[in-house]
Ligand binder design. Structure first.
Ligand code: GDP
Length: 524
C-alpha cells in the first residue's frame, strides 16, 4: 500500500457531540491521558480554572468560560493515529460545530447518565444522521446517581431511532460504578479509583466466577440485563453500525478515567478510517490520488499578536507536505503552504506532513473560504459545505457612519468565515445588510469582532423572522407580497424567503402551491 492509503488506514478522525456540561472537556483530557498526544491544533477547551487552554484567546470566551474555537487534537494509540476535532461547546453557537462534522468520519455521542439526551446533543445527532456519520455512544458520569441503564437504552432507541448495541454493561447502578461487563467475551473489568482521576485508573480483568465472587448481586443483575438486551437484538453488528442504524454503547466516568481505554479501543477497532471521498460530481476520489483537501473552518484574529487568518483543512487524498503549492479550486489561484501548522493559539508548531483524515492549519489564509477545495496535480472540487437554515435575523448598521469602509471589510470577512450569513434585502439596501444566524450567540460574536477587530461598532435591529426557505426569481415577487414574509439575497445569489413563523409559511404554501419554497437543512 502506498503511503497515503496506508497512513489513512490507521487514522481515526472523530468529534464528540454533546450538550454543554456532559463532560466533553473532561473526556478529552482523559483521552489525552491514555494516549500519546502528538499535537494539538487550538483549544481543547476554554473552561475557566482548567488546565492549559491554548486558544483561550478571545475575551468573550474568557469571560464566559466557554470554548468558541474549534481545533484538533492528534494522538497515537496502539498503532493508530487518532484525530479528535473539537466542537465549540456553547448551545447557541452551533453552525461552527456543524461544519466540524463535515470533517470527521465518526462521532462520539456523550450523554450525561442523569440527564439523558439533551437538546444540543439531539441537534448534533441530527446532523450526523443527515451526513451518515457512524455514532459511538458513551454514557458518562456513571459514578453519579442517574437513570437506569436500560431506561437510557430505551431513550436512545426512541429518540434517535438507532438501535443501541452496548459493548459494555455497567456493574453497579449509576452512583455505584464498580466496573463493566464486557458483553463480547463475558469478562469483568473492575475499575479502581485513583485520586482525582489524575492518573490512568487501573482496570483488573476477571472471569465471570471471580466477578460473581467479588460483586455478588451487582454482577448477577448486570448479567441478567445483558441477556435481556441480547433477546432484543442489541448485539454489535459492524455493517449496521457503519450504515448508521445502530450505535455501540459504552459506560464511563470520564472524571475518574473509567471506560476511557475502552473508548479508544472501540474507536480503533470499530470506527471507520478515512474513505475515498466523493467529489462534487459524486465520483469517489481515491486516498492515493494526488493531494486534495477542503477547508472546513476559517478563523481570524485569534491573537492580537498574530493578526492573520487561519484556514483549517481536512486532508482527503494524497500526502500533504509543508511548502507545497496547492491550487484553490474556487478560483484556480495557487496557495503556498509554507506556514502550515498543527498548533494554534499561543503555541504554534509547524507541521511537515499530513495524511488523509488529518487536520492542518494554514496561516495567512486570507484567500481561503469555508468549503474551498485545495489540490495539487489533479483538479478536484469537493461538495460545498451546507449552510444551515438560519433562525435569527438582524439588520446591521455601522454605529459610526464615517467607519463605513471598516464596516464593509468586517462584514465581508465575517461572511467569508461563515460566522454569520450576510443577506441583502432590496427593502433595506446594501448599507444595511441583514445578518442571519443559527444561534443568537453568533450575533454577539459578530458584534464583538466588528468592534474589536475591524474598528466598526455596529447596531443590530432584530427582525421578527424565524423560518427561511430557498425561493427563485419567478416566485420571489409573490413571496415578497405575502403577509409576514420578505425576500433577501445571499452572497451566492440564492434567494431566501423569510417568514415570521411557520404559520405564515404554511398559509402561503396552501394559498399559492405553485411557488418555489425549498427547505434548507435544518439545524435541529
Ligand atoms: P463539557 O461542558 O461537556 O466540556 O463538560 P466538562 O468536561 O467541563 O464537565 C462538566 C462538569 O461535569 C465538570 O464539573 C466535570 O468535573 C463534571 N464531570 C465530567 N465528567 C464527569 C464524570 O464522569 N463524573 C462526574 N461525577 N462528573 C463529571
Amino acid at each position: 500500500m502506498s503511503t497515503a492509503a496506508g497512513e489513512a488506514a490507521r487514522r481515526r478522525t472523530f468529534a464528540v457531540i454533546s450538550h454543554p456540561d456532559a463532560g466533553k472537556s473532561t473526556l478529552t483530557e482523559a483521552l489525552a491521558l491514555h494516549a500519546h498526544v502528538i499535537g494539538r491544533a487550538g483549544a481543547v477547551h476554554g473552561k475557566a480554572g482548567r488546565g492549559a487552554t491554548v486558544s483561550d484567546w478571545m475575551d468573550m470566551e474568557k469571560a464566559r468560560g466557554i470554548s468558541i474555537t474549534s481545533a484538533a487534537l492528534q494522538f497515537a494509540y496502539r498503532d493508530a493515529v487518532v484525530n479528535l476535532l473539537d466542537t465549540p461547546g456553547h448551545a447557541d453557537f452551533s453552525e461552527d460545530t456543524y461544519r466540524v462534522l463535515t470533517a470527521v468520519d465518526a462521532a462520539v455521542m456523550l450523554v450525561d447518565a442523569a440527564k439523558g439526551l439533551e437538546t444540543q446533543t439531539m441537534k448534533l445527532f441530527a446532523v450526523c444522521k443527515h451526513r451518515g456519520i457512524p455514532i459511538i455512544t458513551v454514557i458518562n458520569k456513571w459514578d453519579r446517581p442517574g437513570n437506569e441503564a436500560l431506561a437510557l437504552m430505551d431513550e436512545i432507541a426512541e429518540r434517535t431511532g438507532l438501535q443501541p448495541t452496548p459493548l459494555t454493561w455497567p456493574v453497579g447502578i449509576a452512583g455505584d460504578f464498580r466496573g463493566v461487563l464486557d458483553r463480547r467475551d463475558g469478562s469483568y473489568r473492575h475499575f479502581t479509583r485513583t485520586a482525582g482521576g489524575a492518573t490512568i485508573a487501573p482496570e483488573k480483568v476477571m472471569d465471570a466466577d471471580a466477578a460473581l465472587a467479588q460483586e455478588g448481586d451487582a454482577w448477577t443483575t448486570a448479567l441478567e440485563e445483558s441477556e435481556l438486551l441480547e433477546e432484543t437484538g442489541a448485539q454489535h453488528d459492524q455493517e449496521l453500525f457503519l450504515a448508521g442504524a445502530t450505535t455501540p454503547v459504552l459506560f464511563a466516568s470520564a472524571v475518574s478515567n473509567f471506560g476511557v481505554a475502552a473508548l479508544l479501543d472501540t474507536l480503533v477497532d470499530l470506527a471507520p478510517p478515512p474513505a475515498d471521498r466523493p467529489d462534487a460530481d459524486g465520483k469517489p476520489r481515491a486516498l492515493d490520488d494526488p493531494f486534495s483537501a477542503f477547508v472546513f473552518k476559517v478563523q481570524a484574529g485569534m491573537d492580537t499578536g498574530h493578526r492573520d487568518r487561519l484556514a483549517y483543512i481536512r486532508v482527503c487524498t494524497g500526502v500533504f507536505e509543508r511548502g507545497m503549492v496547492v491550487t484553490n479550486a474556487a478560483n484556480g489561484r495557487p496557495f503556498a503552504t509554507k506556514y502550515a501548522q498543527q498548533v494554534f493559539g499561543r503555541d504554534r508548531e509547524t507541521i511537515e506532513t499530513a495524511y488523509p483524515g488529518d487536520v492542518v492549519g494554514l496561516v495567512n489564509a486570507s484567500a481561503l473560504g469555508v468549503g474551498d477545495t485545495l489540490y495539487t496535480d489533479t483538479p478536484v472540487v469537493y461538495p460545498p459545505i451546507t449552510t444551515f437554515a438560519p433562525e435569527h435575523f438582524a439588520v446591521a448598521r455601522a454605529a459610526d457612519t464615517s467607519k463605513y469602509k471598516q464596516f464593509r471589510k468586517g462584514m465581508d470577512t465575517l461572511a467569508g468565515e461563515g460566522v454569520v450569513q450576510v443577506l441583502i434585502s432590496e427593502r433595506r439596501g446594501d448599507g444595511a445588510p441583514v445578518l442571519a444566524v443559527v444561534g443568537p450567540m453568533q450575533f454577539e460574536v459578530a458584534s464583538h469582532r466588528m468592534e474589536h477587530e475591524f474598528g466598526s461598532r455596529i447596531s443590530l435591529d432584530h427582525l421578527p423572522y424565524t423560518v427561511a426557505r430557498v425561493t427563485d426569481a419567478e416566485s420571489a415577487p409573490e413571496v415578497a407580497k405575502a403577509r409576514g414574509a420578505e425576500v433577501m439575497t445571499r452572497p451566492d445569489g440564492e434567494l431566501l424567503a423569510l417568514f415570521t413563523d411557520k404559520w405564515a409559511l404554511r398559509t402561503l404554501e396552501q394559498n399559492k402551491p405553485h411557488l418555489t419554497l425549498t427547505p434548507l437543512v435544518a439545524a435541529q
